[in-house]
Write a protein that binds this ligand. Structure first.
Ligand code: 8X3
Length: 268
């Protein structure tokens, strides 16, 4: 008996001709997304504050994907004028954005609300909320006019399941999730997709930033379990972006297998 020929269980469409603008691209999930997208044929505009780190990511991408089109342009996402300049320079180098990976974000400290420091509160809201909203607001008109685009919002399980010592961070990610749902409703009937990702424990510089450079404290969330990698999250983003355009992977929660939400873990 001959076996029937089935289609592959899933397809990986290439994304040639697309132009992705990626924030927080100097390391971690942002850099991993940039690598994945370049490998799929997308031109990539990298954005972050540290130009030397962006140049290193660019060189690494080009070494692994010869011929990739990559622009490394410094941007502080909290500076509206710099964001506009980044978008203009990226567009001049690669073309208008058809994919936005709105990834820049941070947590600062584990202080309870009573002990919150103003500077930390302001910076988390400025980067995770105001800057993210503004960036999307800047790219949506062009995507709508071209009737083509993908907006990837990097939220967090923290936006779904709040925990003590994370009030501002959790609230900021909940804000991003809800912003994404409104945007999705506004864009219904267009070919602009809005997809929100909610990673759990991913071992990146995120924890070092949260614990303000205290490397041993930064390792504590991952003790006794195997956290996700930035590439694991980028795999999911690439999967979502390569789905047929009739399909929108609206929300994806990505956890370490040893993690059940933000407060329950199996540690060896
Ligand atoms: C990071 C996940 O659980 O450390 O977004 O807040 S968590």
């Amino acid at each position: 008996m001959t076996s029937p020929t089935y289609p592959l269980p899933f397809s990986v469409r290439r994304l040639d001709g697309e132009v992705a603008f990626v924030t927080g691209a100097s390391a971690g999930i942002g850099a991993a997304c940039a690598h994945h997208l370049a490998a799929l044929g997308t031109s990539v505009v990298l954005g972050a504050r540290r130009l030397d780190r962006l140049e290193a990511v660019k060189a690494d991408i080009i070494a692994r994907v010869p011929g990739a089109t990559v622009a490394a342009i410094a941007v502080d996402v909290t500076d509206a004028a710099m964001v506009d300049a980044w978008l203009s320079a990226g567009e001049a180098a690669c073309g208008p954005p058809s994919i936005l990976v709105d990834n820049a974000g941070l947590a600062l400290g584990r202080a309870h609300v009573a002990d919150l420091v103003d500077a930390d509160l302001d910076q988390m809201l400025d980067v995770n909320v105001r800057a993210a909203f503004r960036l999307v607001q800047r790219v949506v008109p062009g995507m709508k006019a071209r009737n083509h685009g993908d907006i990837v919002l990097m939220a967090s399980i923290a936006g779904t399941e709040a925990y003590a010592g994370g009030a501002v961070y959790c609230a900021s990610k909940a804000a991003l999730q809800v912003f994404g749902r409104s945007l999705r409703a506004e864009l219904l009937g267009t070919d602009v997709r809005v997809m929100t990702f909610d990673p759990g424990l991913v071992e990146t510089e995120f924890s070092v930033v949260r614990f303000k450079g205290d490397d041993s404290a930064a390792k504590t969330p991952y003790l006794g379990l195997e956290p996700l990698t930035a590439d694991d999250v980028a795999d999911c983003v690439a999967f979502a972006l390569t789905r047929p355009r009739r399909m929108s992977l609206d929300r994806m929660q990505i956890l370490a297998q040893a993690q059940l939400g933000t407060q329950s873990f199996f540690r060896r």
